[in-house]
Design a protein around this ligand. Structure first.
Ligand code: PGA
Length: 250
């Protein structure tokens, strides 16, 4: 089944509105190179509305970096799915390893956020991935299997079809150490097999992104693997030439 490649930039806690507007203007100028691919940027909450306005008329779509599970209420510092829909954003990253590492995110809360995002019609990008010590202890398979099972608990096949999953080995994020195409493909194949086991044939339409030090010089090889359907790009998404380089190799 043909899966359109998705290249999504995760800006993390970077870019003021002024900076973001400049970055989008530079991307706009190269929008022709995005044809046939899906392209997204995921700025901080404070910048979302300005970026949505700035990408109007381009193929670039916008995502948030987190979403709360409740509709509204006493959750200081959080943002609801309806609030994101109102802007409107298309995607939302859920369960990024930095959220898991620094902000107490668990598979349980990832699952709650995921169900809320789907209910609101957002396209979630759910992140999984092992730590370095887990890879060295040969626990990668067990770790991502548990993350997938618990993060996606209760999803219908239709909901899974509306979900994007990103495999991001934590040791490769922001370190310049990328997984080899073979290492990444092996985990992606495992993820697809798990999805097939749990949800059947719909697994073949789910996009599985790779993330972790993807750059223009390693993107083509990673993105040509049979089960790698795009990238979640951190550092390189803040540099127009690098982000465009990755988009072009998709
Ligand atoms: P990186 O980040 O490309 O800077 O390694 C990827 C991510 O955290 O999504």
């Amino acid at each position: 089944m043909a899966r359109t490649k998705l290249i999504a930039g995760n800006w993390k806690m970077n870019q003021t509105v002024a900076e973001a507007t400049g970055l989008i203007a530079a991307l706009r100028a190269q929008a022709a190179a995005m044809e046939g691919k899906d392209v997204a940027v995921c700025p901080p909450f404070t910048t979302l509305a300005a970026v949505v306005a700035a990408v109007a008329g381009t193929p670039i779509r916008v995502g948030a970096q987190n979403v709360h599970w409740a509709d509204s209420g006493a959750y200081t510092g959080e943002v609801s799915a309806a609030m994101l829909r109102e802007i409107p954003v298309t995607y939302v990253i859920i369960g990024h390893s930095e959220r898991r590492q620094y902000f107490g995110e668990t598979d349980k809360t990832v699952n709650q956020r995921l169900l809320a995002a789907l209910k609101a019609g957002l396209t979630p990008i759910v992140c999984v991935g092992e730590l370095l010590q887990q890879r060295e202890a040969n626990q990668t398979e067990a770790v991502v299997t548990t993350q997938i099972r618990d993060s996606l608990a209760g999803l219908s096949a239709a909901q899974l079809a509306a979900t994007v999953i990103a495999y991001e080995p934590v040791w490769a994020i922001g370190t310049g150490k990328t997984a080899s195409p073979e290492q990444a493909q092996a985990v992606h194949a495992l993820l697809r097999a798990l999805l097939r086991q749990s949800h059947g044939a719909v697994a073949d339409s789910v996009r599985l992104l790779y993330g972790g030090s993807m750059k223009p010089n390693n993107a083509a090889q990673l993105l040509s693997q049979p089960d790698i359907d795009g990238g979640l790009i951190g550092g390189a998404s803040l540099d127009v030439e690098q982000f465009m380089g990755i988009i072009k190799s998709a």
